[in-house]
Write a protein of this length. Structure first.
Length: 150
């Protein structure tokens, strides 16, 4: 059984490495190779999680869903409220928000099924995609914010 787990982990790591080298390198922060690998892991996992949990409402390319769900791509709200996004992902959102000058009032359901690391990976992906580059949003940082969500 342990050999199967090791094999599965090896395959996952290999696939992540291949995917990382297929993504544009300008998204990766400058720094140590370890930091770049960590960013790449967050980014690749974040994309997978985004497509599973978020793309249905916010679009494959973060374009949003007309007047119902706000865009995440080039979103002034997202980039100005990155830490608040932790709470929005976990607790959902009720009420009106304004994104890029457009008001949205469709409630967002909570994603209480996502772990802290998964939230960090999603935020890293959405804040480094679609012509944005904010760097890694660590699980430690998510945990600090998460514990202060209202």
């Amino acid at each position: 059984m342990r050999k199967q787990n090791k094999l599965l982990l090896s395959i996952l790591f290999f696939n992540a490495t291949v995917l990382l080298h297929c993504s544009p390198s300008d998204r990766r922060p400058e720094g140590s190779q370890r930091a770049e690998m960590r960013f790449d892991q967050y980014y690749v996992q974040g994309k997978r999680l985004y497509l599973t949990h978020c793309a249905n409402c916010h679009g494959q390319e973060g374009e949003g869903l007309q007047q119902l769900n706000p865009p995440l791509a080039q979103s002034d709200y997202l980039l100005s409220n990155i830490e608040e996004t932790v709470c929005i992902i976990n607790k959902g959102l009720e009420g009106e928000i304004e994104v890029n000058g457009v008001k949205f009032s469709q409630p967002m359901p909570p994603h209480t099924d996502l772990r802290i690391l998964e939230i960090a990976e999603i935020i890293t992906y959405i804040t480094n995609s679609w012509d944005a580059s904010s760097g890694i949003f660590s699980a430690r940082r998510v945990e600090q914010v998460y514990n202060n969500c209202k």
